[in-house]
Design a protein around this ligand. Sequence first.
Ligand code: ATP
Ligand code: MG
Length: 376
Amino acid sequence: MNFVAEALNLSKFSAERLFERGILKKAFIKTDFFKDVIDAYRIEKKFGIYEEGTVVIKGKDGLKVVRGFPKIKRILSLESGLKKHFGDRMVAVEEKMNGYNVRVVKIGEEIYAITRRGLICPYTTEKAREKIPMDFFDEYEDFMLCCEAIGNASPYVADYYGIEGLEFFVFDVRKCETNVAMRIEDKEKILEKHGIKKVEILKKCSASEIEEIMGVIKGLNEKKREGVVFKDMEMQLEPLKYTTSFANCSDLAYAFRFFEEYSRDFMLARIIREAFQAFEFGYSDERALRLGKSILESAIESIKRVKAGEEVLEKSRLLFSSEKVYEAFKLHLKLLGISFRELEVKKSEKGLEVVIARVMRATTDRIRSLLEGNPW
Ligand code: ATP
Ligand code: MG
């Protein structure tokens, strides 16, 4: 714990207090796959300047503070939101991709992948080592690649991009210790130079070119994409996010499929987003039908499952290079407090193919009880 105090400029006593209060937590599991990491703690709740998900790592090559990825504010009213925040500054309209947030860093001799809340994830680390060229870090040792991990082998988010395996799309390059982000054009140049995949920049324009920007969002919606993040070209102002109707509805479908696991706030927020979008972009029967279907169809699907005597599940299909990494990943899920069931384990020439499922206990039990005729 001493090294955490040293890295964050705290007294040893304060660091211990943070640990007791559950604000500082262990950030990794011990496995020889993480051989450069001697010890690591993560910050569970923002405190002082440190974002949630900040990790303090005692590596073989010294101490490293990896700051948490900052929250991005959302606007519901596109035109006035952009105007209020950016005026007529130049912005990059970046695609917002829907996967899970990963920070890739170098510790000692190797690449490590940290998930949103600050855990070093063995599965993601293995994939990052396959996909991200080390030479980037020869040049930018103290930087992190902030990316969205996407693909049909994602353990955390279902893929709808048709990406095989797991790919990393970088959206920010930041200094680990300060969280200062590179300017958009520098970022593009450096990622291209090292052949690293990046999210697409759909447009660079003034934030006041609203017709153009609305066109980009309509196009994304037709392609069933999540939305955009607006970024100041100089990365001096905070970015803003805005999502498509498709994303609002697919979130709703998900939440209603597992309606007892998801909070009322989660559902309400998406319905209100859709209302504001309908107000600004135009109401149509098509929009109304899409919203209604996303709610009803997915809830009915779960009811049917339980009626047929099954449980409501969320399955993921994963691919591990070895038994060892899979064992480490299972420990990691335990550390996260996620309980799951192993449905299938198969050795093939590709490695270890595993299907795991999260059982949605609360939704299953609620539906069963209602089907039996009990009152809500
Ligand atoms: P938060 O706003 O705190 O990140 P959240 O989990 O609700 O919380 P999202 O609504 O998914 O987050 O939006 C933010 C996330 O979007 C980022 O954390 C990042 O993982 C992801 N993302 C995808 N594409 C981009 C992009 N181009 N720029 C920035 N973030 C992106
Ligand atoms: Mg997301």
